[in-house]
Design a protein around this ligand. Sequence first.
Ligand SMILES: Nc1ncnc2c1ncn2[C@@H]1O[C@H](COP(=O)(O)OP(=O)(O)OP(=O)(O)O)[C@@H](O)[C@H]1O
Length: 670
Amino acid sequence: MEDESWTEVMSRRNRPSQPTYVPPHLRNTTPFPGRRLSARGGRARTRGATAPPHPPASFYDPLTQTRASRPFHTVNAFSFDSPQKTPKAAMDGGATRSYAVDGGGGGGVKFDAYEDIPVKASGEDIPPPVRTFAEIDMGKALNDNIRRCKYVKPTPVQRHAIPVAMAGRDLMACAQTGSGKTAAFCFPIISGLLRGNVLGKPRRGGARVAYPLALILSPTRELSCQIHEEVKKFSYQTGVKVVVAYGGAPISEQFRNLERGVDILVATPGRLVDMIERTRVSLSMVKYLVLDEADRMLDMGFEREIRKIVERMEMPPPGARQTMLFSATFPTEIQRLASDFLTRYIFLAIGRVGSSTDLIVQKVDLIQEKDKRSHLMNLLHEKRAQGMQGEHALTVVFVETKRGADALQLWLSKKGFSAIAIHGDKVQMEREQALRSFKTGSIPILVATDVAARGLDVPHVTHVINYDLPKDINDYVHRIGRTGRAGKTGLATAFFSDKNLPIAKALAELMQEANQEVPTWLTEYAATSSYGGSGRSHRGSTFGGHDFRTDADTSGNGFYKSQYADAISISQPHDASYGAQHAGAVDISQPYGAQYADAIAISQPYDAPNGSQYAGALAISQPDDAPSGAFSYANPLTSSFSATAAAEPFPAGTNGYGFDHGSIVASGWD
Ligand SMILES: Nc1ncnc2c1ncn2[C@@H]1O[C@H](COP(=O)(O)OP(=O)(O)OP(=O)(O)O)[C@@H](O)[C@H]1O
């Protein structure tokens, strides 16, 4: 495909060598009055010098990179709107948040931290970014609400994405955690609905069928609830009706809400499919489709259900609807899948690839499995000794398993640290209660599985501890992104044991990229690790700061250049005009990396069995009698499960998946 796109670094920071690097949030600011800073207004000791160990006797201050004798986050204390408040209360009574958007010193949140991050945009005819909300005509009602929310000026992702979305363009946007992606897709939708003169008009079908005009899908119940609260706030007094639907809560109540009318439906996929199958929701009038955490939604186990919703449940096709995909990470292979949903889209990468901003100080401690508990105890005692506790110093501890979460929570409680666990085996009420107690600070430690890794916006999380590191570096990016949000600083500590060798290389590269201290031992592990090379996760692709379409060669034949020696990637020609785009397409994707050296994944047109629209497409499926492991017919993303997949007979009539993804990965999917 011709690289018809342009890529512009809108404001690239000329990154100085590490010793003199000062992260943006420390430039020309005085975060702690009275604290000694360097002459340049940065910290007293520059990064790049010797790595300070996690000191057992004092707390490591991410602002100064030194040991601190006082709490480090008090300066950032501000009160966000509580999701429990009604929109009215939240906006009129509760919104005390204020942001030092001018980057001025003293207290407040410094959104200027995002000012000079690199921005890449690719695609045809890209609408230019704006600098202020006033430059975009989003309508008085919405502007009033933006003011009520005290959003003084747009964050970079908003500056770039809102004009694109307001111009009606499809969008794939990759921007750092906590940088305001939610508003970036909410504002154009609300504004579009208000301008479109479609609200309150009778929609076809019986009164019992709901016809949302906008659909926002997110991977977890808690995130859907949070987005719902945000959309309600933004659409306050506009007449836009917003409803949320998610699993684990009584469906009858959600039906009643739908019956009262819905313009914007926020949903988790499982509950939505249920509602559609019961013919209580129709997607036939959807004009706006958003996949939040889009890479997660198209990740293993989840893609099939999303495809069902987007491609087989009456949803208008690309072009007839506007589709927007957002995440902080967007691996190349997922971009490739996602591009099926989009037409003539614009790709935005805001901030450095896979980075979670310089606002998060990342530390990694080498530790044996058996010593993790005592190490955690040391950290918590340090924090307590520094007076860092209570509602303004919340800690999230990520663990690998649900059982592990319960066990650790119990143990912490016995040791006198008030903690609560959240994971997919808890009933919804318990999950909501856990999150509420944590958000209010009444229980300041949340022990969580990945169900809490994405999207959750809890203002006072000052510390994220990866007690068990995730296997995928992208998950790490999202987890640590629970702190350092909205311009605030945060600390992320990872416990690295010998189990984590496979992630060593990607972790070291990520930390380096984010100008963090990389311990020598991690660099050494990274050098010996054959895994996760070049900042790639084991799923094999970059975090997503790069538009995969620009990898195409210039011949326009749909061959994507191989990044790996053995890889052949013949993807379907994404530049083919839609409608004919799958005709004759052969998609031979992947070997992701050395570990899949022998793999040939010939994945197949998803709808070949069903769809005349793919007529002529070649589906090469696994022969039933192929020797186990002869090749991977499964979705390449699931290659790590190939043993399972190969052992199972290939079920007739499926879409080429040898097993039910859902049975393997259920965590966090609602
Ligand atoms: N323009 C703005 N001015 C001030 N605050 C903002 C602005 N935009 C967003 N925020 C606040 O910033 C916080 C983070 O926003 P949001 O949750 O949308 O981040 P995100 O990019 O979606 O993060 P994640 O990748 O973790 O999902 C929220 O509390 C939100 O209210």
